[in-house]
Design a protein around this ligand. Structure first.
Ligand code: ZN
Length: 287
């Protein structure tokens, strides 16, 4: 399978070694060929929803909010030497947004030309990070944007704070013409997606195989499931005495005596062993 994931393939050279060169960044900001993408509430400006195109704009319209401290990020240099910036334009009155719509990045990503989605991911995740990390984690002082939008610096304790990235695994399992997909029941309609999960430092993962093919990465997570059926509690019994229970997914496990039908419990998916009760069923509690 040769398809490139839509958020991959960023065509910009991020020139990370020159982000701290304030004179160079200032010259790029003053260059009339430089382009900027305003995002409003993390949604970029877009023209023509039939065949969406990102609304890259001239920097001239945005000088005022940039000077006033709006988060402005140097994204990189495109082929041909044109500098690209992103701006958190939330609440800004400037700019030319009259012909544009603002569209959620996840909706837009599969629709825009290859490479633009990757630039969008870069712009959105950085602006989102700045919006959520305004204060120093060491001393609580309000921090300032530095390194052309790639760092926040604390004016009090001089700590530097760097954008957080969340490592995940995303996998598409294919066999011939068929693919194994998941469906999150919170999503509307018949929307399916690849299997995915967040990773944490030091995490031990194991891979599940079916017919010799990896179909899932197992996370040492805790599952929450409802008890579909179990015998009523026997009060004379010690709570350490276990009894059989059937979960909503049909799996049978052993649970303590006090667990009732309708309760939500946590279990370790690796061992399928009961860990704790999350909440007792409301009806059972009020019976
Ligand atoms: Zn600080």
């Amino acid at each position: 399978m040769e398809d490139i994931y839509c958020f991959a393939g960023n065509p910009l050279d991020r020139v990370s070694e020159r982000r701290r060169d304030r004179e160079w960044i200032a010259a790029l900001l003053a260059d009339p060929t430089s382009r900027i993408l305003p995002l409003y509430d993390l949604k970029p400006a877009v023209r023509d929803m039939e065949a969406p195109v990102l609304e890259w704009q001239s920097l001239a319209a945005w000088r005022e909010p940039i000077a006033a401290g709006a988060t402005c990020i140097f994204l990189g240099i495109a082929e041909g030497g044109i500098a690209h910036f992103a701006l958190d334009a939330t609440g800004a009155a400037s700019g030319s947004n009259a012909i544009a719509e603002n569209v959620d990045v996840r909706t837009l990503a599969p629709l825009v030309p290859s490479g633009e989605a990757a630039i969008l991911a870069e712009a959105r995740s950085l602006i989102d990070w700045h919006a959520r990390h305004g204060f120093c984690a060491q001393c609580g002082t309000r921090t300032n944007v530095s390194s052309a939008g790639w760092t926040r610096r604390c004016p009090n304790c001089r700590a530097s704070h760097y954008p957080r990235s969340d490592p995940v695994t995303i996998m598409l399992v294919v066999r011939g013409e068929r693919a194994l997909l998941g469906r999150n029941k919170r999503r509307p309609g018949r929307r399916f997606s690849c299997l995915a999960g967040f990773m944490e430092p030091g995490m031990k993962l194991s891979v599940e195989f079916v017919d010799g093919r990896a179909v899932n990465v197992l996370f040492p997570d805790i599952l929450e499931l409802k008890i579909a059926d179990t015998a009523p509690p026997v009060h004379q019994q010690q709570d350490s005495t276990l009894k059989a229970a059937r979960l909503e997914n049909g799996v049978e496990i052993m649970v303590p005596q006090f667990v009732k039908t309708g309760d939500v419990i946590r279990l370790d998916p690796q061992t399928m062993k009961y860990v704790e009760r999350v909440k007792a069923d409301a009806k059972a509690r009020h019976a």
